[in-house]
Design a protein around this ligand. Sequence first.
Ligand SMILES: C[S@@+](CC[C@H](N)C(=O)[O-])C[C@H]1O[C@@H](n2cnc3c(N)ncnc32)[C@H](O)[C@@H]1O
Length: 315
Amino acid sequence: MALEVARYLVEPRWWEKLPGDWKGVFGRDAPLAVEIGFGNGEFLAWAAKENPDWNFVGFELALTCFVKAGKRLASAGVENVRLARVDGAFGLRELFPNGSLSRVYLHFPCPWPKARHASRRLVNERLARTLASVLAPAGIFELTTDVDWYAREAADILSSTGRFSVRGPVPLTEGGPDTRYERKWRLEGRRIFRVEAELVRPGKVDRLAEGTMPHARIKGPVPRAALLSLAGLKETWPEGAFVIKEIFLASNERAALVRAFAVDEGFQQQYFIAVVRGPDGWMVKLDGATLPFRTPAVKRSVAAVAAALEKRGQA
Ligand SMILES: C[S@@+](CC[C@H](N)C(=O)[O-])C[C@H]1O[C@@H](n2cnc3c(N)ncnc32)[C@H](O)[C@@H]1O
């Protein structure tokens, strides 16, 4: 049944405090491990069953993976796993306190081989900084891949920080995660490589998101023309940008939904900003239906919508 996944899901976008309180989420204090890109959940189900004294968090983006993983976790009968539909690199950095993770697993990430797609590779300097911050001392990042140059590139990036003791890449004949992709690549005769990075010199990463909800009151009227003129409003700065895409106006003209797109250091989000007229005047706030992480770009978009409405309402 598709809803089996519901008991494992967490929605960190709703959390008021970031990084998260994972002891509260799991209802116990235990060593914590993360898998980025859990696919059909095979490895998570196996690892959680093998290690009942650990807690596991899985990040994925593909919706179908959640249904499949939910079934596997339920049939394995495990309770020590939570799944979040969050970009793994962002989730790792924003949702875990410094030094809180014992293990981070990344099995068969897409290598994005073309040079013009290199910025999409999950293992990069930013991930290395995040790992140095969220892993506990002697915590381990484990990468498994069928792509030799990707394994070498990852090992080089991690080594060059001076914060990890890096083993590999080593060809893996046994002891792999035994996932769908491992079996697929082995059937094709590909070699599998493992890189392990143990944290020896912890670092600190700058986080972007926080819990507080941005909102603003508008002094004065908000005429229809001011609302409709918001489309195309945008700002860009070195680390981010936002753009207002479309406006949906309620028939009584006392509310509007503003469709926005924001990017912070490559992390993209789409969401609605609500502009509503209450008893005390107009208010601009994030709409709960598409609640994004409260990043600098998201906060700037809410403030800019309010400022534009105030200015255009008085014009
Ligand atoms: C090649 S599959 C490997 C799946 C699984 N680990 C396995 O070994 O069978 C890569 C998976 O990573 C997921 N993925 C890609 N980018 C991601 C990201 N930024 N955060 C979380 N998951 C991601 C994809 O949706 C896909 O399911």
